[in-house]
Design a protein around this ligand. Structure first.
Ligand code: FAD
Length: 307
């Protein structure tokens, strides 16, 4: 039985575990894949105080830091059910096992929705990107496309237009869905082309990196090739919270609703990182939120009556 059980082993979960263990309380981390999204990342240039690192290196460092402490790490464990209780919360796993803890910190992160077109997988991190805050500067002076005309796509296009040479925004529907104020801003920019009713069908590359894309003009049915160096896919970020539906309050986007302390709607259950309503999904933010949720869990423990 744990005092703090962290579900998720990305930046938020690893930090929560270290903070809990440093309080000398019984801490466990169960993760489907220790390291989280960082494992899928190459260059990281905004982990402040470390000007450059790479995902797998940072993931290994996260795990090493957790292993400095007495933390029980259960890797390759997928949580499928959360059972709240007055003093003890239970987490059930896909393999049938279950763990009991006085507090639980949910840090299951999120995943970017993909286009699922040929070339996307091949050129991920080789021109296909998902995070403009992370990878925008890598495309300085180059030509990029942003896929998706919702708020995140249009925000990304505005952001990138200030860094890159040219942005082509590609929206499947006949109109952009972003807020008017964002659309007006986008349309005022000289180096942006907006394509609507356009379905991206293929990512093109030279074997090493992206060299363009093909889209179908949904009005004429024509296939059109665009030459460019980068593609930012902005068609949604899906929180890994499907298993919490009906148990913990989720936002309409499926994010775990947390207050300023990382407290969820269930007493004793806290959450941190990309799986929550906290805006801007970034490593440094997930780290800070993990620390906060862990300190809140500790605060909860010292105030609760359970021995
Ligand atoms: P995650 O990293 O998503 O970790 C979630 C953890 O929960 C994983 O261990 C996962 O296996 C586990 N998990 C999920 N579901 C379950 C379950 N049901 N049961 C058990 N465990 C579960 N951010 C930056 O700041 N800089 C960058 O340069 C940068 N580049 C990026 C590049 C790419 C390609 C991607 C995909 C993301 C990038 N990000 C970057 C974003 C950054 O990776 C995330 O903001 C950060 O990893 C979020 O941390 P997290 O701990 O909340 O979630």
């Amino acid at each position: 039985r744990f005092d703090v059980l962290v579900v998720g082993g990305g930046p938020a979960g690893a930090t929560a575990a270290v903070y809990a263990a440093r309080k000398g309380i019984r801490t466990g981390v169960a993760a489907e894949r220790f390291g989280g999204q960082v494992l899928d990342t190459m260059a990281i240039e905004n982990f402040i105080s470390v000007p450059y690192t790479e995902g797998p290196k940072l993931a290994a460092a996260l795990e090493q830091h957790v292993r400095e402490y007495e933390v029980e790490i259960l890797n390759l464990q997928k949580a499928v059910k959360l059972v709240p209780g007055a003093d003890i919360i239970e987490v059930e796993f896909a393999n049938g096992a279950s763990l009991r803890s006085k507090t639980v910190i949910l840090a299951t992160g999120a995943r970017w929705r993909q286009m699922n077109v040929p070339g996307e997988d091949t050129y991920r991190n080789k021109g296909v990107a998902y995070c403009p805050h992370c990878d925008g500067p890598l495309f300085k002076g180059k030509r990029v496309a942003v896929i998706g005309g919702g708020n995140s796509g249009v925000e990304a296009a505005i952001d990138l237009a200030g860094i890159v040479a040219h942005v082509t925004l590609i929206e499947f529907d006949s109109a952009l869905r972003a807020d008017d104020v964002l659309q007006r801003k986008l349309k005022s920019l000289p180096n942006v082309t907006i394509l609507t009713s356009a379905k991206t069908t293929e990512v093109l590359g030279d074997g090493q990196k992206v060299s363009g894309l093909v889209y179908e003009n949904r009005t004429t049915g024509d296939s059109v090739k665009v030459e460019l160096e980068g593609i930012f896919v902005q068609i949604g970020l899906l929180p890994n919270t499907e298993w919490l539906k009906g148990v913990v309050e989720l936002s309409p986007r499926g994010e775990i609703v947390v207050d300023a302390h990382g407290q969820t709607s269930v007493p004793g259950v806290f959450a941190a990182g990309d799986c929550t309503t906290v805006p801007y999904k970034q490593i440094v933010i997930a780290l800070g939120e993990g620390a906060k949720a862990s300190l809140s869990a500790f605060d909860h423990l010292i105030r609760s009556s359970a021995p």
